[in-house]
Design a protein around this ligand. Structure first.
Ligand code: PBG
Length: 344
């Protein structure tokens, strides 16, 4: 009489004792209006940050071969894209600079030049479209002649000297008008150092979005083509980016960046790391972002171009899944295409 099952049944609200045939889960799926009402995850243009590659020149739109549909945009074209983002309802852009081999150096000098491409683009976009959010990648890899995110000394990427340089790079970007400083370098201690640097220079209103759980991933390959690092990069980034085998370590990375002052945190890549997004969101309840990286973009485009998958559907499904995993927003090269699809 007092079997565990009976006790359980007596405590269970009657509407939760679901069984067939009185319960049929297909009932709410029958019609489009009903599916819309029970959808648990929403995807809107407002959830997207448009990842954009810029280059110098005027009137230039240069295709990136490994990323069909993505072009390196000169500053004037990036301004036009910012207007487009605004009209599509995409709230922010994340800019990444293409740098030719001859403009790179061991000391990454161009990173600290207030007239570099990133700064010129930020000023032009802020002039033309002041209320679009602008996010700056902070890392030395577009500027070093070895393609690493930090300084190389005797075969090692050195941490603390790199962090000082990242603070300088962040200040140059904040002064140019970037709203969000997004360190993607994975050096230890850089969030706290950048926060102190910004606060000490009158930029206490500038946000930091930390690439907190960033993995050493093959899915960055097309991006390295896009910014001119392919052929330049020597070795790999496994001494600073995370091992794809690790998950607990991602929580430690995120915890430290929050303690140091990150306003939001990012998991990168997105599609192969949905479990990490979910753990980070559940554990910290922070504004959590995920980066659908260049290789994820390239895979969808390649399969769609071969007629093997439906490209539009893959764009929406992949982004919806990243949101369902717990991301508040997604950095993606698909932002304009997805926004057009979502706006009907
Ligand atoms: C570098 C950086 C990378 C990306 C953004 N910032 C690549 C890397 O770490 O080598 C990847 C973006 C993408 O693949 O779309 N700091």
């Amino acid at each position: 009489m007092n079997s565990p099952q009976l006790i359980f049944d007596s405590l269970m609200p009657s509407n939760l004792s679901q069984s067939f045939p009185s319960t049929r889960l297909r009932r709410t799926r029958r019609t489009a209006w009903s599916r819309a009402l029970v959808a648990e995850t929403r995807l809107a243009p407002q959830d997207l940050i448009w990842a954009m590659v810029i280059r110098d020149g005027d009137g230039v739109r240069e295709p990136v071969p490994s990323m069909p549909g993505v072009e390196r945009l000169s500053v004037d074209q990036a301004v036009a894209a910012a207007r487009e983002a605004k009209s599509l309802g995409v709230p922010a852009l994340a800019l990444f600079p293409y740098t030719s081999a001859r403009d790179r150096s061991a000391d990454a000098a161009l990173a600290f030049d207030p007239d570099n491409l990133m700064c010129r683009a930020a000023r032009a976009i802020k002039d033309a479209v002041p209320d679009i959010g602008l996010m700056a990648d902070v890392a030395l890899d577009p500027y070093t002649d070895h393609g690493h995110d930090g300084f190389l000394e005797a075969g090692e990427i050195v941490n603390d000297r790199t962090v000082e340089a990242l603070v300088r790079q962040s200040l140059v970007e904040a002064r140019a008008g970037f709203d969000i400083i997004a360190p993607s370098d994975m050096m230890d201690g850089r969030i706290g150092a950048i926060r102190r640097g910004l606060d000490g220079d009158g930029f206490d209103h500038v946000q930091i979005m930390s690439y907190a759980a960033k993995y050493a991933s093959c899915f960055y390959g097309p991006y390295r083509d896009a910014i001119g690092s392919t052929g330049v990069l020597k070795g790999d980034k496994r001494t600073y980016q995370m091992d794809p085998a690790n998950s607990d370590e991602a929580l430690r990375e995120v915890a430290m960046d929050i303690a140091e002052g990150a306003d939001s945190v990012m998991v990168k890549p997105a599609g192969a790391y949905l479990d990490i997004i979910r753990r980070v969101k559940d554990e910290f309840r922070m504004p959590t972002f995920a980066f659908q990286v260049s290789g994820e973009y390239a895979m969808i485009m390649a399969a769609a171009q071969n007629g093997w998958i439906d490209g539009d559907k893959a764009v929406i499904e992949s982004l919806t899944s990243i949101r369902r995993a717990g991301a508040d927003g997604v950095i993606t090269y698909f932002a304009p295409r997805a926004a057009r699809l979502l706006n009907g």
